[in-house]
Design a protein around this ligand. Structure first.
Ligand code: ADP
Length: 595
């Protein structure tokens, strides 16, 4: 069990992980090829590490908020500067107004001689005001002057900004007009304050229009409260703008410092609280892949959420280790079972091989036996039967007893030969060596030949044997000899199990509708119980009827009939009732009819 707490663990687990990847590939486990991993790595967000994303996000956020901050700061600083400039300009304007007022109020004192007689000295308000303005302008970088739409002195002619201000004063009740505007090719703060005509102004500027005032100028004909002119104050803004720029730069520097500090703290917190636990968990997963399912990850110094994830990971690792241990036990158990089963199978295989050897030996014995039976029994039996027949036919037996003896030899020999033939045919069927001919067969001919061969037996049993073939029965495709054996076996059974005086009928007809050809052997014998009807076609099955048997049998006759029928594609069946007789039917399908 390993415990992951830092970078040292990363280095320690790197090598085994690569080895595990190769091993996994070799086993066909989808651990992932380098190519596949590369493809996955370059897809979408996966192409970005969390750290990179975090840094990009912070930088983006910083850039956006800095831009907003700069716009806002410049705007605020500008408004503040313009506010301060306005106040400054107002102060100048009010001061110039005060000078004007002072001179206006002092005219009566100024224009008196020592005796108190009126003597115009030429120090009238506009002259003094304008002179003070010019003096002030000459000594500072401010410009203060008086202006008018129709000035008495060409120097007081308004420029474009002042014209706009005067127009606004004439058209609206506004008393001041200001803003940043051009002055003699440079940007400056401009302020224009309206001068309204007062009662005292009328002496020089009132009615009648054109009359010369004390200064020798023609009166303008103004009335009180009309706009008599304006004080124009021009304050250079380059210094203020430089201050504004300095302020903004200082604010930006402070903002950047603050953002950097925040980013530093946030980054450190992320590294400590998020990346470090994630790295530990990553190392844990790698170790797990490398084959250490019980790996433990330390949650030391982790915040609650991360600690919970690490706890889940550790719990999963525990379960995995438990499952693997269980699995290993299970695999060991199953392996043991398989080994035992294999040993068992090997024993069985040995046994089967022994049995197969025995069987093949037995098959050989059987084959030898059949050849022996075929050769050693059939040949002498045929000779004995022929001999008995010859003795009966050619040489008249001397006594009745001798004749019956020869007849008995012939009859029992024939039965024995039948049994031997049946056994040989059954053996052939078993070995799959039965050869079936496919030739046109005349059913009527088959049945007649059977009657001929059975006639003697039937007569000796006092049973009437007849053949009844309907004229429309066609030729069928089959094996003549096999069909004859089938009919002969059925007929011989019918004769054997029919008491004296009974009858056996060999019939053939076409089934109406289906068109199948039915060959039937019908007797009036002892019949077969329902429960025995299916099993009489099995080998060596004989229904217990010893009391009614005229001949012994082998129990192979009907099995052979069924075997011959199957080999030719025919069907065999029986309908019977105890004491009422039986009907054995060979059904030859319509498609076997020769067209
Ligand atoms: P077996 O050599 O005994 O005749 P089979 O296979 O030919 O052997 O017949 C099986 C048994 O079916 C017979 O032993 C007999 O009990 C019954 N069996 C067959 N044919 C008839 C029949 N026509 N009437 C009554 N029983 C029959």
């Amino acid at each position: 069990m390993r415990r992951f707490e830092g970078a040292a663990c990363r280095a320690a687990t790197r090598q085994p992980i690569k080895a595990a990847g190769r091993e996994g590939e070799a086993r066909g486990i989808a651990i992932g090829t380098d190519e596949h991993t590369e493809q996955v790595k370059t897809k979408g967000l996966r192409a970005w590490s969390l750290r990179k994303l975090f840094v990009l996000l912070l930088v983006g956020l910083y850039a956006l908020s800095l831009a907003i901050f700069v716009v806002f700061d410049v705007q605020t600083q500008r408004e503040q500067t313009e506010g301060a400039l306005l106040e400054e300009a107002r102060v100048f304007s009010h001061e110039m107004d005060a000078v004007w007022q002072f001179m206006d109020n002092s005219q009566n004192i100024i224009n008196r001689d020592a005796e108190g007689n009126y003597e115009f000295k030429g120090l009238y308000c506009s002259l003094v005001g304008k002179s003070v303005g010019r003096l002030f302008s000459a000594q500072t970088d401010y410009t203060i002057r008086y202006t008018n739409f129709d000035p008495r002195n060409v120097r007081d002619t308004p420029d474009a900004f002042e014209e706009e201000a005067l127009t606004s004063f004439n058209d609206t009740p506004a008393r001041e007009y200001y803003g940043i505007a051009d002055f003699e090719g440079e940007e400056a703060y401009r302020y224009v304050g309206a001068l309204r005509v007062q009662e005292s102004c009328l002496e020089c500027h009132g009615e009648p229009v054109g009359e010369l005032d004390p200064t020798g100028h023609a009166k303008e004909g103004w009335t009180t409260d009309s706009v008599g002119g304006a004080v124009s104050v021009v304050i250079p803004v380059d210094r203020h703008m430089a201050d504004l720029q300095d302020n903004v730069l200082r604010d930006v520097a402070f903002f950047t410092l603050q953002a950097a500090l925040i980013a530093l703290v946030a980054g450190a917190a992320m590294q400590f609280l998020v990346f470090r636990p994630l790295d530990r968990m990553g190392q844990g997963f790698k170790a797990m892949r490398a084959g250490d399912p019980g790996v433990k990850v330390s949650d030391e110094g982790c915040a609650r959420e991360m600690a919970q994830h690490i706890d889940q990971f550790n719990a999963m690792a525990d379960e995995l280790q438990h499952s693997m241990t269980t699995l290993e036990d299970e695999v060991a158990r199953r392996t043991h079972e398989l080994t035992t089963a294999k040993r068992h199978l090997e024993l069985q295989r040995d046994m089967l091989e022994r049995t197969a050897r025995q069987l093949s030996q037995e098959v050989r014995y059987k084959s030898d036996l059949l050849s022996m039976v075929n050769h050693e029994l059939r040949t002498p039996l045929t000779s004995i039967i022929t001999m008995a027949q010859v003795s009966l036919d050619m040489h008249e037996p001397a006594t009745e007893r001798e004749r019956r003896a020869w007849e008995s030899v012939q009859k029992n020999g024939t039965v024995l030969l039948g049994i031997v033939n049946d056994m040989l045919d059954i053996a052939k069927q078993e070995a799959g060596a039965m050869v079936v001919q496919c030739e046109p067969v005349d059913i009527a001919e088959v049945l007649c030949s059977v009657r001929k061969r059975m006639q003697h037996l039937a007569a000796s049993c006092a049973v009437t044997l007849t053949v009844e073939v309907e004229p429309d029965v066609p030729l069928v495709e089959g094996d003549y000899e096999k069909l004859q054996r089938m009919a002969e076996n059925l007929a011989s059974n019918a004769v054997k199990f029919t008491p004296d005086g009974g009858s056996v009928r060999l019939e053939a007809r076409c089934e109406p509708g289906m068109g199948d050809v039915l060959v039937q052997v019908r007797d009036t014998g002892i019949g077969i119980a329902g429960e025995d009807q299916a099993r009489i076609f099995e080998r060596f099955v004989q229904v217990d009827g010893t009391s009614t048997r005229k001949f012994t049998g082998s129990g192979l006759g009907l099995a052979l009939v069924r075997g011959y029928a199957d080999a030719q594609g025919f069907e065999v069946g029986v309908e019977s009732e105890l004491g009422e007789g039986s009907v054995f039917t060979i059904r030859i399908p319509a498609d076997r009819i020769v067209r």
